[in-house]
Design a protein around this ligand. Structure first.
Ligand SMILES: O=C(O)C(=O)C[C@]1(C(=O)O)C=C[C@@H](O)C=C1
Length: 242
């Protein structure tokens, strides 16, 4: 019997350059990383990074809207890279590659400032009558489902308006990434991040890349190294993080 034909090495980078377009999946609901406003305009640190990556490849970036629920169905079929506060998880890493990581994050509560002392520990939070609001589809939902047995989980589908739910008293808290609690607490003086420097979990942020495509992963990692050292990344982060 003839030996099996060798599998062609995946080379998405070459496809991107030939196509003249880098297709970027993003949810648009997670500031400061990715945001899509009511007019459809995109912004965010990772959106700017994606445009810069495309420019350095000599191509244009097209942002492909997705959701946390659909992310693993859309990627890598509809896009070449997924950006916007995506956490590295072992589950996702079975289906995709990740770039090098940039920033450690983890779940911590955000609540109205008068409640900070009440919601320090998971035991304090997981009590009957406590309403934890959750956005569906991502690691926040998984964390809430795993850790809240007695508290009430209130699902809110739109992450761009979810923090108003806490301000308005329709929920008591949300457990989400420290980076997001810091940013949202700055925007909303009513809200306080409970202990952003000691989150309950450990999660790293990275860009998601097509599985087995080492050439593309290498390129993105080199891009990130250079962007971190030549001030490019800082230039995109500065307007959001100060
Ligand atoms: O799923 C992930 O990787 C995320 O980090 C996204 C996620 C989530 O966990 O739901 C994190 C924070 C935002 O509130 C929105 C989405």
């Amino acid at each position: 019997t003839p030996p099996p034909a060798p599998q062609p090495t995946p080379d998405r980078l070459q496809d991107v350059v030939r196509r003249g377009e880098l297709r970027v999946c993003s949810t648009g609901d997670y500031r400061p990383f990715t945001y899509r406003d009511e007019h459809g305009a995109w912004s965010g640190i990772d959106i700017d990074v994606a445009h810069d990556m495309a420019a350095k490849l000599g191509v244009r970036a097209t942002i492909v809207p997705t959701s946390w629920k659909k992310l693993m169905d859309d990627f890598p079929a509809r896009c070449d890279i997924a950006v916007g506060g995506v956490s590295v998880t072992l589950e996702r890493a079975q289906k995709a590659f990740f770039s090098s990581t940039f920033g450690v994050d983890g779940k911590t509560p955000i609540t109205r400032c008068e409640n900070v002392a009440r919601f320090q520990t998971l035991d304090q939070i997981d009590q009957p009558g406590v309403r934890a609001v959750v956005n569906p589809g991502g690691t926040n939902e998984k964390f809430a489902e795993q850790n809240l047995k007695k508290a009430t989980i209130v699902e809110h589908p739109d992450n761009n308006t979810i923090f108003q739910q806490i301000i308005d008293g329709r929920a008591d808290l949300m457990m989400t990434d420290s980076s997001e609690t810091r940013w949202q607490a700055k925007q909303h003086p009513e809200l306080c991040s409970v202990h952003p420097d000691q989150p309950f979990t450990f999660a790293e942020k990275a860009y998601m890349l097509p599985k087995d495509d080492v050439a593309f992963q290498q390129w993105v990692n080199h891009y990130l190294d250079i962007a971190r050292h030549d001030g490019t990344y800082q230039r995109f982060a500065q307007p959001w993080l100060g």
